[in-house]
Design a protein. Structure first.
Length: 271
């Protein structure tokens, strides 16, 4: 199997119009401990206090607080992660969480009648890996990639109606289609080595549950590129949707208008 060592640097900068009195954020910025990847070196730098834990889905999380006045927050996550191509996209899971936990729709993945009609044309009740790839291709054909066309709070049916979206929308729509036939599917946030092409290095894709003659478990599919996960991907978190797997989510008191900039750089240092 192919192995890569990815050098990753993810910087998030918040600036505020007025002083913020208090900030509380949940960070999911540490790569998951999984058989397909191993952290060689990783650090998160920021002001304030952080308390680390594992959530119910096995994601490494940091509760980050700033309890003094501030008008800027800079969070930098960086390091080296060794990643290995998954055999046919298969992702054995050591967690005790039942896959049925990922059959419950959320606000972002609720299957509307339009989604049910779309899913009915592309997904059978007992699909295999090849049909899931075909579903990803159909989604990309129906929802063309366009940065800025949707927002983080946009639901799957909104992107389908618009016919435009980003990797987050592709993933939500795939999950919603799986929900129409009771197939477990979960959202994955992480990083992608873009190689020599211009592409966002921060990425989202999905894990879907398959029952095949020689394997029963998760396979990981990049819906946006209609391909199986390989050694170009680093996994940060899994969840039911973007909101439960987002790298950073939080609340603040005060501050007025907020501006945010994100810079992500990923490269294979062995390439």
């Amino acid at each position: 199997m192919k192995t890569s060592t990815l050098s990753i640097r993810h910087e998030t900068l918040y600036r505020y119009e007025k002083p913020v009195g208090y900030t509380l954020q949940l960070l999911r910025l540490t790569p998951r401990a999984e058989h397909s990847q191993r952290i060689q070196q990783w650090q998160i730098t920021s002001e304030g206090k952080r308390q680390s834990s594992l959530d119910a889905f096995g994601n490494s999380s940091d509760m980050f607080t700033l309890a003094f006045p501030h008008q800027e927050i800079r969070i930098v996550a960086s390091g080296l992660v060794e990643v290995q191509s998954a055999d046919r996209g298969r992702m054995p899971d050591r967690l005790s969480v039942s896959p049925l936990a990922f059959t419950v729709p959320s606000r972002l993945t609720e299957p509307t009648e339009t989604i049910r009609e779309f899913s009915g044309r592309h997904l059978s009740a007992h699909p295999g890996s090849s049909q899931f790839i075909s579903l990803a291709e159909a989604i990309c054909s129906e929802v063309s990639y366009q940065s800025g066309a949707t927002a983080t709070e946009s639901a799957a049916d909104e992107a389908l109606a618009l016919g435009k979206g980003v990797c987050q929308d592709h993933s939500h729509l795939f999950i919603a289609c799986c929900h129409t036939v009771g197939i477990p599917a979960r959202y994955v946030s992480g990083y992608l080595d873009p190689g020599d092409v211009a592409h966002s290095a921060s990425h989202a894709w999905i894990d879907v549950w398959v029952d095949e003659t020689d394997y029963s478990g998760w396979i990981s599919i990049d819906v946006t590129h209609a391909c199986l996960q390989n050694n170009r991907y680093c996994r940060l978190a899994v969840g039911r949707d973007y909101e439960s797997a987002a790298p950073i989510r939080g609340i603040r008191r005060g501050g007025g208008t907020e501006s945010m900039s994100v810079t992500v750089k990923v490269r294979d240092i062995g390439r």
